[in-house]
Each structure stands twice: as C-alpha cells, then as structure tokens.
Design a protein around this ligand. Structure first.
Ligand code: NAP
Length: 245
C-alpha cells in the first residue's frame, strides 16, 4: 500500500482530466496539494471540493516563467515546502505541417515543454537543500512514436523525455528522482475532441483493447512519488495498454 502521508505536492494543470485524477489520488494517499490551472476556475473549484478541500488551486500559465514563479512561491508558503512536483499541464493544437502556423507550434512548445523547465528549475533548489524530492513529468506515447498532424505536440513531448533524463543525471547525487510517464490514449477533454474514425484507428493499436482512464496515470504517479520507487530515476514509464511495447 502506497503511503504519502504528509507529503507536499504541486501539480500543474490539475483542474481537469489526468491532472485532476493525480490531485485526487495524491490527496487520498495523504498529501497536501497545490495545483495550477490555465483559466477554468469552475473546474478548479470543483476539484478543490472533490478533494475535501485538501487541494488548493491557483491560476497560472505554466508556460510563463513569471506565472510559474508566483504559483510556485504560493505553493511553498501554503504547503511549507515541496516533496513532489508533477509537470502535467499540456495542450494540443493539431495541424498538418503544411497548414501549421508559427503560433500553433510555439504555443504547444511553450505550454508543454517550457513549462517543465519553469517548474523544475524552481523546484530543484528546495529539493536539493532537503536532499530529497521527486519530479514526475507527463509526456506522451506520441513523443515516442510520432503522429501525423501532431509535429508540434510530438516535439514538445519528445523534448520532455530528453529533459527528464538530463535533469535526472544532474540531480541524482542530491537524492532527487526525475521520471516521466508516457500515457497512451486516455479519456479526457483533450482526447474527446477526436473524431470517431480517429478513435477506431487508435483502438486498433491498443493490445489491451480499451482506452485508458485518468486514474491509471494517477496510480503510476503515486508509485513514482513513493518510497517504493526510490531507486528509479531517468525512466519513461509507458502507461498505454501496450501501444508501444
Ligand atoms: P485536459 O483534459 O485538456 O486538461 C488539461 C489541464 O491542463 C487543465 O487543467 C488545464 O487548465 C491545464 N492547462 C492547460 N494549459 C495550461 C497552462 N498553460 N498552464 C497551466 N495549466 C494548463 O488534458 P489531459 O488529457 O488531462 O492531459 C494532461 C497531460 O497529459 C497533458 O500534458 C497531455 O499532453 C498529457 N497526455 C494526455 C493524453 C490523453 O490521452 N489524454 C495522452 C498522453 C499525454 P484549464 O482547465 O484551466 O484549461
């Protein structure tokens, strides 16, 4: 049984989907949690309520270093420190490269990859001082396999994988672990935008023959944040029903 009693966690993009499941799971296992969100205050308040008000949301654009710093400082003062950082915030702006404009490329790289730099840079200082911490980044199966129409998203997620391994090497001597989880197809608002024929194609690629639930990713986060994973770092854990085996 995983026990995270008293641990302090910050989750980016924790108001909906996978991030919300991570927030609720960490709270259920005894953590105190601060989460960020981009704009949907109603969803954030609902997540706070569903956590029994153990989690506190703050609006902050994860891709902006200034917003990241403000929300990070809030988390440190609200929680009294930080043990677990989950870099989950992410977006898609799909298009074929012939039609993709610069803004579609840049916005996805900023929200998905620069955000991981922003919060990781802020988190390593207190984690180094306390000689303990775990950073968990949410990448994607698409960062491993690529996907037509998602060159911006695939680049951002492959970047997160490389960032994860590099940072893991930088901070391992301070007892900080850095890992990533690569979800496959998980049922959330993000994948809800896909057309039925796209979902059928995806289903045909999943050996376990079902789409994933946000809780499956939250379970993997809880494991990587726990002492059971203390000797695991620099890894990309696929949680994808076998899509990438
Ligand atoms: P989602 O349902 O669209 O939820 C996204 C969450 O991130 C929301 O809480 C949103 O806040 C927040 N967010 C978006 N941009 C942000 C920003 N710039 N700053 C702060 N928060 C931001 O997405 P999801 O499906 O749960 O995906 C979560 C993560 O898993 C993403 O990194 C995604 O790439 C990754 N992933 C998802 C799947 C999948 O199948 N769903 C597969 C592989 C990887 P608001 O509510 O305010 O908009």
């Amino acid at each position: 049984m995983i026990n995270l009693e008293g641990k302090r966690a910050l989750v980016t993009g924790g108001s909906r989907g996978i991030g919300k499941a991570i927030v609720l799971k960490l709270c259920a296992l005894g953590c105190n949690v601060v989460f960020t969100y981009a704009s949907n205050e109603e969803a954030a308040l609902l997540t706070e309520n569903e956590s029994g008000n153990k989690a506190k949301g703050i609006k902050a654009d994860a891709g902006s270093f200034e917003d990241a710093k403000t929300s990070f400082d809030f988390a440190i003062s609200h929680l009294g420190g930080l043990d677990i950082l989950v870099n989950n915030a992410g977006i898609t702006r799909d298009n074929l490269i012939m039609r993709m404009n610069e803004e579609e490329f840049d916005s996805v790289i900023t929200a998905n990859l620069k955000s991981v730099f922003n919060y990781s840079k802020l988190a390593v200082s207190p984690m180094m001082s306390q000689r303990k911490g775990s950073i968990i980044n949410i990448t994607s199966v698409v960062g491993i396999t690529g996907n037509a129409g998602q060159s911006n998203y695939a680049a951002s997620k492959a970047g997160v994988a490389g960032f994860t391994k590099s940072l893991a090497k930088e901070v391992a001597s301070r007892n900080i672990t850095v890992n990533a989880i690569a979800p496959g197809f998980i049922s959330t608002d993000m994948t809800g935008k896909l057309k039925e024929n796209q979902k059928e194609v995806l289903m045909s690629l999943i050996p376990l023959k079902k789409f994933g639930e946000p809780e499956y990713i939250a379970d993997a986060v809880a494991f990587l944040a726990s002492d059971s994973a203390k000797y695991i770092t620099g890894q990309i854990l696929s949680v994808d029903g076998g899509m990438t085996m």
